[in-house]
Design a protein around this ligand. Structure first.
Ligand SMILES: Cc1cc2nc3c(=O)[nH]c(=O)nc-3n(C[C@H](O)[C@H](O)[C@H](O)COP(=O)(O)O)c2cc1C
Length: 207
């Protein structure tokens, strides 16, 4: 798969995850190897760890926390979410325990208080997380970020998985082989509508 295809067709896969097919540890390790090549702020180098949860009992506990938070959020804010996304997210959350792998990228320190520091901190995690998702896609797997359990139940999730207090689980990704090979580019604002040249608001490209 060429770079352009991987970059434009790596979607959040929720309904087309193969819940029956096991994901070998070696495949996951290979994707982490790719993710380790992502850019990182100088003071954040070496901070990221990947906790890959495959144990059924552990996944089931995390799934329970996820469902509790998500169902409460949907009851309050479900009407604000696009119907298609809501249905797909609900499917994932309600089947999370059956997803072969729950990947939790963690930083070895807690986030700093200032905005510049936070930019470097999260900016040193998400490029690697995205590289991991791209590497999965290139190998026939799919993923979706599903951060709900870490919103209200971070401490409980950390206790279940033995994550130390000073370590930050940044997010959680559901990972599995996909039940179909083809995914399309998403509808997004056109490049010319979101690009300015030289000064804010100037969409005219000179030359
Ligand atoms: C920082 C971040 C957090 C996200 N959190 C969630 C989440 O908690 N649950 C979920 O279903 N999707 C989550 N997503 C995925 C987005 O919903 C998804 O990217 C968006 O719907 C666009 O779809 P696409 O990824 O297929 O292009 C998250 C994505 C990002 C970048």
């Amino acid at each position: 798969m060429d770079a352009e295809t991987v970059l434009t067709t790596t979607r959040s896969v929720r309904r087309k995850l193969d819940l029956e097919r096991e994901v070998p540890g070696a495949v996951l390790a290979d994707c982490v190897r790719v993710a380790q090549q992502a850019p990182v702020a100088g003071n954040m180098a070496g901070q990221l760890r990947w906790l890959l949860v495959r144990d059924a009992g552990l996944k089931s506990k995390i799934a329970e926390y996820t469902r509790e938070t998500a169902e409460a959020a949907w009851a309050r804010f479900g009407h604000l979410i696009e119907e298609r996304t809501l249905v797909s997210t609900q499917h994932l959350v309600r089947n999370l325990a059956r997803v072969p792998v729950l990947a939790i990228p963690c930083m070895l320190t807690r986030p700093p208080g200032d905005e510049f520091g936070q930019s470097a901190y999260f900016g040193s995690a998400y490029p690697a997380i995205w590289s991991f998702q791209l590497a999965l896609r290139a190998r026939g797997l799919g993923s979706s970020i599903c951060g709900y359990p870490l919103r209200d139940h971070e401490a409980e999730v950390a206790a279940v998985l033995g994550i130390p207090e000073d370590v930050m689980p940044v997010t959680l990704l559901a990972v599995a082989y996909t039940t179909q090979p083809d995914f399309r580019a998403a509808a997004r604002p056109a490049a010319e509508d979101v690009t300015y040249f030289d000064t804010w608001g100037n969409g005219e490209a000179a030359g």
